[in-house]
Design a protein around this ligand. Sequence first.
Ligand code: GUN
Length: 281
Amino acid sequence: MYKIIDGKLIASEMRDKLKKDIAEYKLNSGKDIGLAVVLVGENPASQVYVRNKIKACEEVGIKSYAYYLPAETSQKEVEDLLASLAEDGNVNGILVQLPLPKHINSESALRLIPESKDVDGFSANNIGKLCLNSQSLVACTPYGVMKMLEHERIELCGKNAVVVGRSNIVGKPMAMLLINADATVTVCHSKTKNLKEQCLKADVLVAAIGKAKFITADMVKDGAVVIDVGMNRDENGKLCGDVDFENVKQKCSYITPVPGGVGPMTITMLMYNTYLSAVRR
Ligand code: GUN
């Protein structure tokens, strides 16, 4: 028997708690909590993400400051905006929706976000602190996965965890968090030679690949916990993850669905990180 981990429910419980904590913070400090959201250009997926992030802010009581810049915005204009947000006392968190247009050097722009306002957890300092297992703002998607595992009381100490995908946003921070939780971690990627054999060793398998239904039942050990970070469209245009859910679920002890799994946790962790930035200031 498998259990479906209901990300929508866990996220909604977290947001209810957060809403109360934010109200209390505002009452005690007399201050608002502010999140600046910067979108450059008109990438349709980014527009949806940004809209959802702003809606989540309203829901939990965070003040959002949205900056919609045209695709032609120059490097200097983006950097000037980030430098001013870095100084702005009303802004606790700064989020630059990625990807930025090709003519913008993202790395140099993102460097202007101070560590304390880096609610995406993408800065070199925050990634470095995560590696050192010292307090940092942690990238929202992997942080959300950890909260889901914690919610289900899934033991990680001494377990074999396999992360498929090595992106800076998900795979690498996910691996670090699992190491910090005392799991034995393997990171696989597009050049891994014996992917199926590696996956079959996983007590906990995290798929962050970006390919529809890539993880099939023959790659999953009986009783494994399978976490699907993917967000793809299948051959019929239907939303699906990186895991072939219908066939894989039979082998699992726990599995996350798409939609309704990791997705709802990501934005919730962004709200949580923004709250943390305010509290730690
Ligand atoms: N683009 C895709 N995922 C993310 C994310 O988590 N944060 C930001 N800022 N941009 C993204």
